[in-house]
Structure formats: structure tokens, C-alpha cells
Design a protein around this ligand. Structure first.
Ligand SMILES: C[S@@+](CC[C@H](N)C(=O)[O-])C[C@H]1O[C@@H](n2cnc3c(N)ncnc32)[C@H](O)[C@@H]1O
Length: 307
């Protein structure tokens, strides 16, 4: 499995072995819509894969990680680490930092000051090239709380410092991403889901959509353009359009969570007689908070074809 180095909230990496058997066998063009960290598109078996997300920062990040060599990315990240005096357990070991560790806060105390300076540096737009900006954001993502990507309404990255650093696990994910994208015909494009109506899609193409979920909370639900009933209906209208044109799709979502139900979605599924496949969400890799995780939810994959 190819791993995404963007430890994206709600990413599907741990659900892939439940999702892929539900996808069609032969796919020419695989569209990963609302791709986030692209954990699905990266692993899709198709002649061509195109990943879309409306978040320009996410897409620039994916494009840059693909474009630059692994050595160049690592050198640049380590450059930021040294300049802003952040921890480097991979090269220096953990022992050097033990005296700064309090309770289960990991490297938070040690990195607080350097991280805050790096974040201001990024927000002050001190870097000239879009590649450098993207690697700087990647470094922030590595060092921030929960590896979440969140911007305030003025477009400033505003996540607080986290507990970990550019450790072996993240480096391995980067290696995996570089390996996975090397010989794959894959593109990362910034666009809204409405582009689906304009793409040239054929019978053997397939669209996977993993939008923000109307009844759950994730950081991409909170900032900027909030996902609401209106967007949910717009998306479902686009999917109905695909169905009318004979294009197969699979939609990930949560139908129920605790006492909340996504009625817009459940009525649409019923009306169109689409198929509902239940997913065991306990396997989901997630940085949802503990309270959110404890509430039982019904995660589903809706398909307009029979499996
Ligand atoms: C549940 S996450 C996707 C996670 C992804 N499948 C993964 O494995 O990492 C939802 C994504 O939808 C994107 N999104 C939100 N509104 C969108 C829109 N109108 N068009 C396209 N993407 C959108 C968000 O930026 C976010 O990355």
C-alpha cells in the first residue's frame, strides 16, 4: 500500500482493504474527488488516476511532493528544522530531548518556540517559490498538532504545535509516496466537485468521492467554505447527473452518528435505489478527537452499480 505523507484527518488508508473490493475491476480513468491526502487515488488500480481537491494548499503540497526528489524534500525540511531549532530525533536520537519531555506531551515543549517562529515565517509569506512554500507547509504539518491542515479566514495557518517531529514513520511515508507516484500516471488538480459534470468520462471510468461528512466534525468542515446542506444537495445532484450518463461512482459517507442522521443522503439513496455497503469504521485511521470517536457511527459506501 502506498502511504500518503499528509496524515490527513479522515484519511481512508486503513479502510482501503474494505473499499477496493467494492470498486469495479477494470478502470480506465479513476477520479479521486475530494482527495485530501490522496490515500485512495495513490492506491487505485487504473490506467490513469486524477485526484481533485478544492483546497489549493493541499493540492500544491501533493504536486510539490511529487515534483521534487525525495532528497531535495528531506534537505529542505531539515533546513527548516535546523534554522528554527526544531527537534530532530531521526538524526540525533530521542535521548537528547528527554529532559524537555513532560508527561505525555512528547516534543511539544521543546518545539513550541521554534514551531511558532516557523509558522510566522510561513504566514508572513517570506518564501518566494511555490515549491519552497509547499515544503515549508509540509514541515509545519509534520510538527503541528494532529498533523491537521487548518487556516483561519485570513488564510493563515493556525494549528498549534504537536508532539512529534520528522521521524522515521513520516520519512517512510514520504518514501512510499515517491515510490508510488514514480511510475504512475497520476495528476493532482485543484477544483471543486462540480468539475465532474465537465470531465470527459466514459463507461470504463470510475469516480470515487470522499467529501466532508455533513454530520461529523473535521477541520476542513470548520474553516473557510463550510460543508452544509446546500453543498450536500449540490454534490448529490452532480452524482445523479453521472448516474444519468452511465458513469459509475462510489460515495463514502456517514449516514448516522449517535442520534444524528444524514436525511438528505438517506432519502436520495432510497429514491434512486442506490446500493449501501456498510464499512467497519473502527479500522479508520483518524485524528478525530476521542469524544467523536466514541460515538457510534454508520460509515457507508454508496454505489450506483452492483458489486
Ligand atoms: C474526507 S476528506 C478526504 C480524505 C481523503 N479521501 C483521504 O483519504 O485523505 C474531504 C476533502 O474534501 C475536500 N473538499 C471540501 N469541499 C470540497 C469541494 N467543494 N470540492 C472538492 N473537494 C472539497 C476537503 O478539502 C477535504 O480534503
Amino acid at each position: 500500500m502506498i502511504k500518503s505523507p499528509l496524515n490527513y484527518t479522515g484519511n481512508k488508508s486503513r479502510l482501503l482493504d474494505q473499499l477496493f473490493p467494492l470498486f469495479p475491476q477494470k478502470i480506465d480513468k479513476f477520479v479521486d474527488m475530494c482527495c485530501g491526502g490522496a490515500s485512495v487515488g495513490l492506491n487505485a488500480n487504473a490506467k490513469y488516476v486524477v485526484c481533485f481537491d478544492s483546497n489549493s494548499k493541499v493540492v500544491e503540497l501533493l504536486q510539490t511532493l511529487r515534483f521534487l526528489s525525495e532528497k531535495k524534500i528531506v534537505d529542505k525540511v531539515e533546513g527548516f528544522i535546523n534554522y528554527f531549532n526544531l527537534s530532530d530525533t531521526f538524526n540525533k536520537g530521542y535521548d537528547v530531548y528527554r529532559k524537555y519531555i513532560q508527561g505525555n506531551n512528547g516534543l511539544k515543549e521543546f518545539n513550541a518556540e521554534g514551531y511558532s517562529k516557523l509558522r510566522s515565517f510561513y504566514n508572513q509569506k517570506s518564501l518566494n517559490t511555490k515549491r519552497d512554500k509547499a515544503v515549508c507547509l509540509f514541515t509545519l504539518l509534520v510538527f503541528c498538532f494532529n498533523n491537521d491542515l487548518r487556516f483561519n479566514s485570513c488564510g493563515q495557518f493556525n494549528m498549534p504545535v504537536g508532539k512529534i517531529d520528522f521521524n522515521e514513520s513520516i520519512r517512510k511515508k514520504l518514501t512510499s509516496f515517491k515510490y508510488g507516484t514514480k511510475n504512475k500516471d497520476i495528476d493532482f488538480i485543484q477544483n471543486d466537485f462540480k468539475i465532474l459534470k465537465e470531465l470527459e468520462l466514459h463507461r470504463n471510468d470510475f469516480v470515487y468521492i470522499d467529501p466532508p461528512y455533513l454530520i461529523t466534525n473535521a477541520v476542513y468542515n470548520e474553516s473557510g467554505s463550510k460543508w452544509d446542506d446546500f453543498k450536500e444537495k449540490e454534490l448529490l445532484e452532480v452524482l445523479s447527473y453521472l448516474d444519468d450518463n452511465g458513469i459509475r461512482f462510489a460515495l463514502s459517507n456517514v449516514l448516522r452518528k449517535g442520534d444524528k442522521e444524514n436525511i438528505i443522503l438517506s432519502s436520495w439513496v432510497k429514491k434512486n435505489k442506490f446500493n449501501t455497503h456498510y464499512i467497519n469504521y473502527h479500522y479508520r485511521s483518524s485524528s478525530y478527537n476521542k469524544k467523536d470517536r466514541a460515538t457510534p457511527e454508520e460509515e457507508v459506501l454508496i454505489t450506483n452499480y452492483n458489486v
